[in-house]
Design a binder for this molecule. Sequence first.
Ligand SMILES: [Zn+2]
Ligand SMILES: [Zn+2]
Length: 183
Amino acid sequence: MQTLRINVAGLLKETTGGARDHSIGASALSVAAMVPDARPSGALTGTVRLLRSPRSIFARVRAGTEVILDCSRCLEDAVAGIEVEFDAEYFPSIDVVTGSALKVPDDDMAFVIDHNHELDLAEPIRQELVVAAPMHPLCSAECAGLCVSCGHNLNEGQCACSEEVTDGRLAQLRDLLGRNGSA
Ligand SMILES: [Zn+2]
Ligand SMILES: [Zn+2]
């Protein structure tokens, strides 16, 4: 269900202001491949509005998806929803009427409509997903994280370290009380 490539031959033949709306989609697997360290969770779904400009086609994309990342506190699965909304500009590499080659701007932000008059939204979507993915994903807002001493997942309960700390404090308190008592 990868529908990120769209044939725009018809729109290229139209005058400035021509527009088309399309549904877009990508499988959970292909989304996970776009986001560093992500595992598949949900498909990407969304819409794109294509607008003919004098020299190009503007793609206005709105899409949402879901991936599984490592929780930044406990390293367990953290499901992260990602929404993106952006514009990308696509330049034809070939004149749709005459078939002659066209010069495409030498610019990182300029995407190219290929010789089959297809534009591919995968690359700008990948770039936007990478930026929009959470820097510090959490399995839950209340994630207790890992014990810094032994690495135990504190969401599963306390570890022996915390008991030792508590025991140590109690022992000190008992010592104090004992000293006071004997004084
Ligand atoms: Zn966590
Ligand atoms: Zn511990």
